[in-house]
Design a binder for this molecule. Structure first.
Ligand code: UDP
Ligand code: MG
Length: 332
């Protein structure tokens, strides 16, 4: 039976990468009884990406595009793509050919023939990354898997095939903070990994800098673990206990040896230490409160400014239309 497969491709300032991407797809994908739909999400590009997309969709009827009203970030762009995808299965992938298109053949085989709901690519090496990125990524996954209840498989990225059922489940997750890898892990389903070597970027430059990656990691940890929040009761308890012992020591010393005035160093270190601890714990509290704030506002995750189906600038469309008719009747 013929199945529709949607490739969801977020793009930001990738005018030169779009045609090579389409070409590579055509060369690489050869599976019978699969119709392709290629859905680009323009994540607030400021170069000629939109023109490239318009040209591509005019030339090729399988190509559709959505343009977000500004740069919402890759995770939001991917969410927009998953919401709009029509396929029986969906593959989110990067436009820069770092996700080798040949792998889709294997993805489809495991999905269609072996009945897996999720087939994810596992990077067999990270040789093409800088050493710095490799160590920081390793550190992050180790930390994440230690403190999160739902571990992420090692070296699994966003490149994966999702069955329609999983996409629908994904759409029902209400949170604004979309740390996709974590959400996939949380959802479960019958999953299997397929190893692949990730090549380095072919065209253009990486759109992630240190700060973006740091915030991404922070979103991941804070979104999937409450440990940073809870740890302070233990730290506080421990310190209170030590302070109590110290008080006894001071009082005893004063009683036995008489008054002992010089104490600048110890007082100062205590003040500085506690001051630092308090600021740190308030900061972590702030991270969670800030996220609560974002969730409570319930703003849409993204706004669509225009799309290939109605190329004329249409009135702004809200992110998740189906959210209004949740089966649980909450009418969010
Ligand atoms: N991207 C996006 N919005 C952003 C940043 C990136 O849509 O704010 C897209 C980008 O165009 C590319 C994909 O996400 O298709 C992966 O980005 P990149 O290759 O720069 O990331 P890296 O491979 O360096 O992690
Ligand atoms: Mg890349």
């Amino acid at each position: 039976m013929n199945k529709l497969l949607t490739l969801v491709v977020p793009v930001m300032n990738e005018e030169d990468a779009i045609f090579p991407f389409l070409q590579a797809i055509d060369q690489a994908i050869c599976v019978p009884d699969i119709t392709l739909e290629i859905l680009f999400i323009d994540d607030g590009s400021t170069d000629g990406t939109l023109q490239s997309l318009q040209a591509a969709s005019a030339a090729d009827s399988r190509v559709r595009w959505l343009k977000l009203s500004r740069n919402f970030g890759k995770e939001a762009a991917m969410t927009a793509g998953l919401d709009a995808a029509k396929g029986d299965a969906v593959v989110p992938m990067d436009v820069d050919l770092q996700d080798p298109p040949e792998l889709i053949n294997e993805f489809v085989r495991r999905w269609r023939d072996d009945g897996y709901h999720v087939v994810y690519g596992v990077r067999s090496s990270r040789d093409e990354d800088t050493r710095h990125k490799r160590t920081s990524a390793n550190l992050f996954y180790r930390l994440f898997n230690r403190i999160s209840q739902t571990p992420i498989p090692d070296n699994a990225g966003d490149y994966r095939l999702l069955d329609r059922e999983v996409v629908e489940a994904m759409k029902r997750l209400p949170e604004r903070n979309r740390f996709m890898k974590g959400l996939f892990a949380w959802m479960g389903y019958r999953s299997v990994g397929v190893p692949y070597a990730r090549p380095s970027r072919q065209i253009g430059t990486s759109k992630f800098n240190f700060w973006k990656l740091w915030n991404f990691a922070l979103d991941g940890v804070v979104g999937f673990s409450t440990l940073p929040l809870r740890v302070w009761s233990y730290v506080g308890g421990g310190i209170a206990f030590l302070a109590f012992i110290y008080i006894i020591v001071i009082v005893a010393k004063a009683l036995i040896f008489g008054r002992d005035t010089p104490g600048y160093a110890s007082v100062m270190s205590a003040v500085l230490f506690f001051g630092g601890m308090q600021l740190l714990s308030i900061g972590i509290l702030g991270e969670y409160v800030a996220r609560l704030f974002v969730e409570v506002k319930r703003r849409p995750l993204y706004l669509i400014e225009s799309s290939s189906s109605k190329s004329q600038a249409s009135p702004l469309q809200e992110g998740e239309p189906e959210k209004q008719t949740q089966p649980d009747g909450t009418g969010r």
